[in-house]
Design a protein around this ligand. Structure first.
Ligand code: CTP
Ligand code: MG
Length: 181
């Protein structure tokens, strides 16, 4: 694959994993997933992981994947690179994996004594991408084997933190997020 095609594939393949967190920020609220429970003196997940945000985020990611699946031939033609489609298993795995990775990172942060919203550089920027990649390999191995080549995976791990920092700074500037990370 050409370098530009690798970059286009990496971003395109991860769009259904990027959307859930942003939707969760917009609609999050209501009962927390951990129900307020604590473990070893810390909240299990904290008030920043809600049912509403998680479900809405996953649904939005699945919906986007299905739209992108319809559009991949002509968008690919437009930019001159073969972009991947999203079979149902991948359409579900990417957003569900992204939210799972984010939730798992919150559990780790709570046990490290970091309150809701505290940053943990590295983990915050990659938790959802790693979650999406792992769950995609588990639920959609055939899709992952063809789309997630080593070059694409490396590109995802480099580009994701940059996009994440950028969108969070924007959400903070727009007053949608309390902290810029
Ligand atoms: N959110 C949600 N459910 C999720 C993820 C996010 O409702 N599964 C919403 C919450 O309102 C949350 C906001 O999106 O406060 C920002 O998400 P995130 O940065 O992941 O959460 P934090 O509040 O920073 O909490 P944490 O320290 O656990 O990451
Ligand atoms: Mg956070």
């Amino acid at each position: 694959m050409e370098p530009l095609a690798v970059l286009a594939t990496a971003i395109w393949a991860m769009l259904p994993a990027y959307i859930p967190n942003n939707v969760a920020v917009l609609v999050g609220g209501g009962p927390p997933i951990d129900g307020g429970r604590t473990w070893r003196g810390h909240r299990v997940l904290g008030d920043g992981k809600t049912w509403r945000g998680t479900i809405a985020g996953v649904l939005a990611g699945v919906a986007l994947a299905l739209v992108l699946d319809r559009g991949h031939p002509w968008v690919g033609e437009l930019i001159g690179a073969a972009l991947p489609g999203f079979p149902m298993a991948a359409a579900v795995a990417l957003p569900a994996g992204a939210m799972l990775g984010d939730i798992a990172a919150s559990a780790v942060k709570r046990q490290l004594g970091r309150e809701r919203g505290a940053s943990l550089p590295g983990l915050d920027q990659l938790d959802f991408a790693v979650g999406a990649l792992v769950v995609a390999w588990l639920l959609a191995p055939g899709w992952a084997a063809t789309v997630l080549t080593p070059a694409v995976v490396v590109t995802i791990l480099v580009v994701t933190p940059i996009l994440h920092v950028g969108t969070n700074a924007l959400a903070y500037a727009l007053g949608l997020k309390d902290v810029p990370w």
